[in-house]
Structure formats: C-alpha cells, structure tokens
Design a protein around this ligand. Sequence first.
Ligand SMILES: Nc1ncnc2c1ncn2[C@@H]1O[C@H](COP(=O)(O)OS(=O)(=O)O)[C@@H](OP(=O)(O)O)[C@H]1O
Length: 765
Amino acid sequence: MGNEGPKIDPKRGWKRHRMGQNRASAAVGGDQGEQWGCEHGFQAGCVNLLLTEPGCSLGAGAGEQGTRGKAPREGPPDAGTQARPRVFALPVSVLTRRRAPAVPQPRIQLTMLKFRRYLTMKLKAIYRCQPGRLWVSFSLLILLLVSFQVVEKLQPSRSCPCELERALQQTTDHGQEGPNYALHAPGLPRKEDRPHRQRKAMLEPTSTKNTQDVFQMHWYLGQMTPQESTLDRQEGHWTWQPAESSKKMKGYFSPPRLKTHLPSPRKAARGEIFPGLPGGTSAAPGDAVVGGDSSKGVIFANGAIAEEQEGTTSPQTSQVTLQGQPQPLGFPGQPWDSSLKHTVLSSAQVPQAYDFYRTDLERGLLPSWTEVSMDNEMALRGIPQVEGVFSQEEMCKPKTNIVFLKVHKSASSTVMNILFRFGEMHNLSFAFPLKGGHQLFYPQHFMARFVQGFSPGKPPRFNILCHHMRFLQPEVQKVVPSTAIYFSILRNPVQLMESSFVYYKGTSAFSRARSLEEFLSQPYRYYNPTASDSHYARNLMTFDFGFNPDGEVSAKRVHLMLKAIEASFDLLLISEYFDESMVLLKETLCWDLDSVVSFPLNSRDSSTRSPLSGAIVEKIKAWNKLDWEIYTHFNRTFWERIDRDIGRERMQREVKALRERQAELARTCLQGMGSVGPKDIKDSSLRPLQHGNAKILGYNLKQGLDKETETMCRRLVTPELQYSSALYKKQFPQKPPQQTPQLVPSQRGMQQGNILRHRLEGTQN
Ligand SMILES: Nc1ncnc2c1ncn2[C@@H]1O[C@H](COP(=O)(O)OS(=O)(=O)O)[C@@H](OP(=O)(O)O)[C@H]1O
C-alpha cells in the first residue's frame, strides 16, 4: 500500500490516489489488495498489463470521475514515469466517500477509513486487470438483470393472469378440507384453441366426483383495452362484489366471446342502436357504450353491454328473489310495469318494429336456408366465420354452430327438441355421445373423446353439442367451431329440486327419504357428498356448469363462479320465462320465430308434483345456495338484456305471436290440444322415458295428417331419447346406436349406472 494515505478532496470528499504509486506497489506485490486481485484469477498478464498497458485502469486514460457521472478528467502529469501518471477516481462512491474531518478523527473512524482504503485497493486491483474489468462488468450486468426482475415482480401486474389466479386460490383457502373441495383454477389452454391466453381445465377425464370444480374462463388479463376498462367500471355494479376483494379483476373475453359487444345484428339493421337516426328507437341503455359513452356500461355473459339501472329487473324477478315462490310458467302477469326504466318505442317506431317482426313470420320458416347452408358449409370446411363485424348483407346470418348446456330439470329437453329440429332440417351435424348413447358420460366432466367421430388434432367439426354433459369448456372447444354460440337454461332451484326429488328418487340421497320435507329436515342423514350420484340432490345447476356443488358459499367464490359462467356463455335463459327465453334465443341465433316454437316436453303429471310450504322453500334455497345465487343473478341479467336488446313492448308482441303460433300448431298436430299421461300415449315411439316416481306426459298426434305435416308434428313431440337415436342413425348410418352405452369403469356397478340405464329405458329405436 502506498505510504501517502488517500488524499481527500475537501469539496467532493473523494480520495485520490496516485496511479503510479499504486501500480508500482502492485507490480512488486507490496499491496495486499492488488495481490489479492492478481491472485484471484487475474494473475495472468496482470503485472504486465499494469506495467505496459496504460489503459489497465479505470477507463482509457483514466481520470477522476465525479460523483454524478461526470466525464473523466485528466489528472496532473507525473514526469519521470513511462506510463503517464494519472489520478485515479474510484467508481464506487460509497466505498470511498467521506467528509473531511473538522476535528481529529476518533479511533473508530480511522479504522473505518483503513477498511475503506483496504477495500478500495482490492477493487482497484481487480479492476485494473482486463479480466477483472470483465468480471465486474459481468457482475453488474447480472445485478441489473436481477433488479429488473425484482422491479417487474413488485409492479402491480396488469398483464398476467396471476391476479385472477390468486383470487381463485384465495377462494379455496378457507374452510375447504381437501384439494377436491378447491376451485380448480385451470391452466392456460392450448394456443391453437384460441388466439389468446386462456385458462384450461386440467381435470382428468376419469374424475367422476362431484366435488371437483372447474372454472372454464375465457379470461385473459392483458393490456388495457376499451373492453377491459368497461369491465373495470362494471365491477362497481356487482352487488356481490366481495367486500374482502379490494383488487378488481380485469379481464375481457377472447374475440369469439366478444361477439355481442356489438349490438345485435337485427337491432343494428333496424337502426335501433343509434339514437337520433331516422327510424331508430331511442337507444337501449347499454348502447351508450357503442355510441361512445361507456361510463355506465356493464358487460354480460356474452360480452354484451348494458347499463345497470335501478328497477330494470322485472317485478317477477324481485318476487323470485324475495319469496322464492314458483313463478307461473309462461308470460308473467305484469311484466311491463310502466314504472320500470326501459326502452320505450315511440309511436312512430312501433309499427316499424312490428313490421319487421311480421315480415319474419310472413316469410314462413326461416327464409334464408341458402345462407344457413353456406354458413354451415363454411363452418364444416373450417373457414372461420367472422362474427362481430357485420356488413349490411351479412347481418343476422342464422347461427348454426351451437353449444347448449343441457342443465337437468330446467326445460332442457324442450330446448333440445328445438335444436334437434333445426339441425335436422338444415343437415347440421351433432356431437353425439359415443355409440349413440344419450349422455356425454355424465356426470364426468365433458371430454372431446366422448363424442362419436371426434378426431384429436383435427379441426372441430360438429355444429351442435346439446346432450347432457358436465361442462368443461376447453374440451368443448375441441368439438365445435370457435364461432359457436354457447347458451344454457336455468330454473328456479326450488322447483328444480322438487322436480329432481321425484325424478331421481332412486338415487342414494333421495331413496331413503320419504319426502322432500324429510330429506331437508336432516339432509346429511341422507346426503353423502362423496356418493357418485349425490349431485342430483344439491346444487344441480352448479354441478352441471362444472363447479363443485359442495363448495363454500362465500361472496368471492360466487362472484368468480358467475364471472366464469359469463365468460363462457353467450346467453342464459330462464325456464320460468320460457317463451321470452325463446324470443331472446332466436334473436341471438338470428333464427326466425317458427324455429323456436315447441310443445313442453318431459313434463310431469300433476299427480307427481308436490306443493311446497314457505318453510320448505326457504330450506331448499339454503340447501342449494350456489344454485340460488346463479339463478337470481342470471334472472336479473335476463331482464336487463331484454330491456337492452329487444325492449319489453316488442318482447310482449313476439311472445304473443309465439304463443299464437304454438296454439295453431297444437290445433294442427295434437289430439285433444294437449299432453296426456304415459298410459294414454297410443304411439309407443312417442312415449317418453318414465323415471323415478315421475309420471312424464306425452302427446298423441292427430290422425290423417298429410305426410309433410305429420313429419313436422312428429318432430315436435318426439321425446329426447327417441329423437336423439333417430338423428344418430342418420348421421352414422354405418354405426347403429348401442342400446346401452359402454359405461366407464368408475360408473360400472354404481348407482349412476342405474340412473343411466333408467334413462335409456324407453328408447324405442
Ligand atoms: N316449455 C316449458 N316451460 C317451462 N317448463 C318446462 C317446459 N318444458 C318442460 N318444462 C319442465 O322442465 C322439466 C324437465 O326438465 P328437463 O327436460 O331439463 O329434464 S331432464 O333433465 O332432461 O330430465 C319439467 O319440470 P317438472 O314437470 O317440474 O318435472 C317440465 O315440466
């Protein structure tokens, strides 16, 4: 070490060293620091470098470096040495900086000073060698990279799904006993499924237990977009926004799920969405978003936007919510309460809307068959159909790619009949269960390989998926084109459970209870959540949507579940408002009214229905809390959507026309205008499956109908199992359906197997 201690620049507090002295001491090995530097990997060429290479110091021509990154300054020349003496400034200020002592330094300060000097020497020794400089630079680079990583991690993440995952994770953390009770936050799906990052369920196909739970979300969290910010604003409107969740989840749907961010095509065609345009009605609430003002936008299941307004829910909705009483089927008594805020057609506009609707009817059964088949052809050829952006001619092309989640006991057989008829008439392909079975290996989560004719790796090729399944979107996506419309139907859980109790009386939970009252008085005496058929007894809708029916009912969990359903489904219908639902469905699918006419199927005889007391109603609601949350939420959005997309007046007219058409068809087709008990059904091929304690009604066709009319009428009243088998034969003429589909091992010998067999009884084909 040099004899002169460090020189202190009183202004800057920088030590200054004579480079020459340091070099000399390094060369003779008199400086420990330099020795260390040269001994630790820098020995080779170190001395030489120091002696011969003027640049082997801090920077070429080294100088003094200021504290704030000033350019190096030339030091004073030192005559008599070959290498120019230079003033060397340390780059690591913290090691060298100190204040000029105003008073004699105490001992500790001197020690510190010595230590600093020692470190300085070492660093200098390292740094003076070329390898040393490389080493330091490399270390700094690593440090920099690590810092970047740390900073990135610390920033609130907008562009990764971890926020949602964290939230999902949180929902699993309390009160759940095992992994099976957890909400599974599936991983990301294959890229080829969607152009965006999505979640993918990771369930094993063999998992039959109903405690498993799947969030099939089409969320991805990314750069802020207008849609995303709309969703963000939406959060404030969610009354079930969990109080504990201060962080808002941001997300938006992948393009195929963003379809109805745009106004419904028919509506656009009518000019209803643009306030002030000649002939247009006043804008529906959500249209403000389309028009630019998104301040009150709310995004619904299909990504459609509507404004959350107090009172937009129908009076019936509040009845359901408050009393939980059965709602009258069909048209609500006073649905058009003038006190409600909704779009009101002006007198000049009413005829326009009416004319539009009438021309649909007058044109008869869907006029645009060519369009339909072209659409279908395109889909089958795998040509992506662009949805969401419509040219004038393309507006409202009938949709032919459809996923219907057939929720049990919610009028789903009637909806299925509508889909069967439409598909048959337009030669659409169905995703049938393997070997002509009638359920897609329910209650397992759906797997694409359960579908007859599915080939892994090939583009999805089926138009309609509508058989009973437990929903699992990533698998469903492998079967139907990405443009498919997803919809389902819900029922008041009170009536649903009453129906389920009778229909599934043979299941383990219900078989020992003499009545629903008895079951509900001590449910855990009868209900074993691990039983393979327990899902029929609790939160059946939740189960069918893929979630855990025994999961906890926290606000956060419910919120996430609703979000997941909204992200996957374009439309949620309500069986209590079946006719309104059909009008909404035909609007969404761009079908005409005749395509959604139906006769109620799978209805029970009144002798097997039980009236429910108020106390039982409350018990059912509490027992099926998750279903109740789903139902009340989508009942509300259902009416909001009607207000936004159709308006209540037009809805009223369309429902009236639908009923008139159905009454006309009943007069044409049916003996005695209505349904009859199973014993009275003369044509055995029209006899529905009788199951549990239920007496399921059917129809008798009129005699002497002409062939065409008879075919049309027969389709309307053919029960689900018979119709499915007939269509399967048509689609797979070489592979006749098996009477009993092969049961997977987990089902074999179990009660579920019995249920499935029961379900197949009555198949006449
Ligand atoms: N159009 C219409 N409107 C309202 N309700 C209707 C309609 N069609 C069928 N239903 C009622 O739906 C119940 C049968 O539901 P599902 O067909 O889904 O049952 S199943 O799961 O396929 O077995 C069954 O309910 P219950 O009679 O209470 O059992 C039917 O009466």
